[in-house]
Design a protein around this ligand. Structure first.
Ligand code: PLP
Length: 371
């Protein structure tokens, strides 16, 4: 189906610029001279389509991929070479759920081990198979979600034989506030990570996420793990966005109606017209991940000009005050996300971050990929 055929039946179109995602990976690769740069493609590549994004990153030179869950890795494994010079490492951040050892070992997907129990299970499986099994090791330096804590790390340092049978590829940790460049936690975590690595067998290290890459050389490591910046989210929120925009979302106006001053629009009448108004109803709603928390806030763009969102976002429809935009009629396209209205800005109106805006993008949009 051609993209114009898709457009004809669609009230909303999500365009994803794969060339921009590839270019963003190259930008990060150039910035992180200490070592390779992975591609984090969890949550279906932050909502943009892991099956489309992963091959593009591989073509750009990416050889390390991270997802959150084993099922996500299984879904894209066939798209990534596992042998030969282009072979990839495909790692699962959520680690080894008991009972999944055989699935990992058979598929070559690599677990990120996050506790002594996971280490013991993986090492036992390696003994059963009589071969070395690869893994990453996650140490907790302050996030306190996954990873070996200080007590577990000390136990492992006393008894390094617990790692027998495990081929440790990287030791990693995850930064709590990398996007806040002056947060003292960054330096605390960097120090704790160095201390942890010092008591572990010599292994390459992985530290920075997207924003961490911009924290300077002290946060460089043998493998950076950016996700958000690949997809155009600003990794340096207090500075202009160095990444290329990768997403454009547009929705059509279904109807435009005139309402007298004093009338309300939408559920619960949370917005009332202060003047005779023209209201455009667009073909997008919270069932599309167009978050309801934007109700009465935020805006779309028409010909580059802001058009205020009014009233509640409902399941399939969102209303805009187009009184000042006489050119907007039925069939007009409103831009909801784009180069001049990034996901980060939409997120501000919705009281969230750009990550949640992208990962919420719905399944009803016609998706158009440009290469
Ligand atoms: C999601 C995630 C990343 C990528 O983070 P971004 O901020 O999107 O670059 C890296 N490492 C871990 C452990 C993650 O969970």
């Amino acid at each position: 189906m051609t993209s114009s055929a898709i457009r004809d039946v669609s009230g909303a179109v999500l365009e994803i610029d794969l060339a921009a995602i590839g270019a963003n990976w190259c930008t990060l690769r150039a910035l992180h001279s200490a070592g390779p740069v992975a591609g984090v493609v969890k949550a279906d590549a932050y909502g943009l389509g892991a099956a489309q994004v992963a091959p593009v990153l591989h073509a750009a030179g990416c050889r390390h991929f991270f997802v959150a869950h084993l099922a996500e890795a299984e879904a894209i494994r066939g798209l990534l070479p596992q042998h030969g010079p282009d072979a990839t490492l495909l790692a699962v951040l959520s680690g080894l759920i008991p009972g999944t050892e055989a699935l990992y070992a058979e598929s070559g997907i690599v677990p990120v081990l996050g506790s002594l129990a996971e280490i013991d299970h993986w090492a036992a499986h390696a003994r059963r198979l009589g071969r070395i099994l690869p893994a990453l090791l996650h140490v907790d330096t302050g996030m306190h979600r996954l990873g070996l804590d200080a007590r577990e790390l000390a136990l492992l340092a006393q008894d390094p034989a617990r790692l027998d049978g495990i081929g440790l590829r990287y030791v990693m940790t995850h930064l709590v506030s990398a996007e806040l460049s002056d947060d003292p936690l960054n330096e605390t975590q960097r120090r704790r990570f160095a201390q942890a690595c010092a008591v572990l067998p010599a292994t390459p290290r992985s530290l920075a996420n997207s924003s961490g890459i911009f924290l300077g050389d002290a946060f460089a490591s043998d493998l950076a793990r950016p996700g958000a910046a690949l997809y155009g989210i600003n990794p340096t929120p207090d500075r202009p966005n160095p990444m290329r925009p990768a997403v454009r979302l547009r929705a059509r106006v279904l109807q435009v109606r005139e309402i007298p001053a004093g009338e309300s629009v939408g559920y619960n009448a949370i917005w009332r017209a202060g003047r005779p108004s023209r209201i455009a109803t667009a073909c997008v709603g919270y069932a599309d991940g167009w978050l309801r928390s934007q109700s009465g806030r935020g805006h779309a763009l028409f010909d580059g000009a802001p058009v205020p969102l009014v009233g509640r976002v409902s399941m399939d429809l969102t209303t805009y005050d187009v009184t000042d935009h006489p050119a907007i009629g039925p069939g007009a396209w409103l831009e909801l996300i784009g180069p001049d209205l990034p996901a980060d800005a939409v997120a501000q109106a919705a009281g969230t971050n750009g990550y949640e805006i992208l990962t919420s993008l719905g399944r009803r949009y016609a998706r158009v990929y440009t290469a």
